[in-house]
Design a protein around this ligand. Sequence first.
Ligand code: X8Z
Ligand code: ZN
Length: 605
Amino acid sequence: MKKLLIGCFALMFIVACSEQAPEESPAVEAAPAESPEAFVARVNEELKELNRERGAAGWVRATYIIGDTAILSSLANERYAKWHGETVEQALAYDDMDLAPETRRAIDLLKLGTSLPAPKDAAKRRELTQIATEMTGIYGAGKYCRSDNDCISGPELEQMMRDVRDYDSLLELWTGWREISVPMRDKFERYVELANEGAATLGYDNLGEMWRAGFDMSPAEFRTETNRLWDQVKPLYDELHCHVRGQLGEIYGTDKVPQDGPIPAHILGNMWAQEWASLYDLLEPYPGVSDLDVDSTLRTKNYSPQEMVRSAESFYVSLGMPRLPDTFWERSQFSKPQDREVVCHASAWGLDGGNDLRIKMCINQTYDELRVIYHELGHNYYQGAYKDQPPLFQGGAHGGFHEAIGDTVVLSMTPGYLAEIGLIGEAGQNDQAVINRQMQMALDSIAFLPFGKLIDEWRWAVFAGEVAPEDYNKSWWEMRTRYQGIAPAVDRTEADFDPGAKYHVPGNVSYTRYFLARILQFQFHRSLCELAGHEGELHACSIFGNEDAGARFYAMLETGQSEPWQDTLEKLTGTREMDASAIIDYFAPLMAYLKEQNAGRTCGW
Ligand code: X8Z
Ligand code: ZN
């Protein structure tokens, strides 16, 4: 199931099958062979086995990229795809029956139980799964080579994009990485055709519509919902963009950073300009006020990857949650192996129905990475908490919930908390320190919002046929400019395929989940802080060590996807709607500062 095994990305590809599949599945019988309850129970049993196999094959593939693991993982995914298509067909027999709500929900979730639906035709199914495996393989092994023996890996390039400040050097790295996705272009085009055909067999207009159907509302309502949330937060982004552009104009010159247009996409301290916190030292509002330099402590104290992960685990344990099992420490991948290619993009795995938790990362000794670890453990704690649900209910209340758990915990990594665990010096609090801290956070949280929205906006348009293959790159940059106010500093053409240089596009991982998480995390944080009895400003609250808040949080995690997310949200927050007012309130001090800074500037692009 898309959300069952891996929190951060689904086992998304559905692969080719080992036996000869019939061209057409058998016709659906008029009367179902089993009672609906017996059907659901059987599906849950079968899923346990299928997921074990798919999980094991997927793990080996992601941590050992060679041709053999591509075959094994593809076969496991194909077996699942075949099973899924046939089982959904069997489920049609219950469509018109009056079922108990949990049985109806289980059957509905079965239908949505893949992020990559495959065509019925066995050859096409194999083609699709192989393409999906190849695309992630290309991404995972991607490098920028200046010459045969001068190659830079993806994670190294990502780090350089954070550290380097020279305009032309950055541009070289930025352009270099985008060479990896050129060979994906044709594959992606075919993947769109085949996945759409798969979505059609399940009754959806296209794959984008199917992705949007996974939110306990109609796909059209969901689109409206994301637009509503974006409208709520856009004013925050506009202020931040304006200020950052102004400052970058002073650093790089206004010839390179024109003050009435988009910002060059390669100078925002991130390979995709999605999070900008590595520019903090250039943007620190009150230089030297408050110590927020976690990076230097990690280096001075020489934290190992394990110690960084232990620190994250201790936070969850302080909330009354269990320690991670021994197998987590034995089986996780914390560091990039030297002897083989792996997918370094961070992920959390709930294998064997959540009994075998792992993360897969290539951890660097930075604060950025420390936050990613806290994020990933949020997935693992979710997976561990819902493991006693039947497989069809093992998943996040929706994808955004899954992403928001760790992000909520990250909001409790306040200067007070960081000082308590020895990662920064004593945290004196004053107004200037608050603005500094908020700037550091907004460069991630607020900068991310339009990016989080547009990735799927673009794919929804592609899947719906509104963007033709010959316009893939043009439409990508139109959206990037419209939403984010950024633009490439060099010409991009249809010989390029820039969307493919972002992990989740070749990886077939839907992305709106991250946009929703950036909003939900503040909503969750506000409620948990109330439960913890926090008084005062929300940004000063840390729920570290609070078992009351932890118990309510964990109760939400245990629910998994057994009920509509609106019910789950209501139990924690008292409201049935996702709502950006918490993020807006949270950043009120910074917004006042930004408005002052932007007075006299012309904002917009
Ligand atoms: O992919 C991730 C996580 C794994 S679920 C590291 N994130 C998105 C990204 O890197 O693009 C977290 C933030 C957004
Ligand atoms: Zn995640």
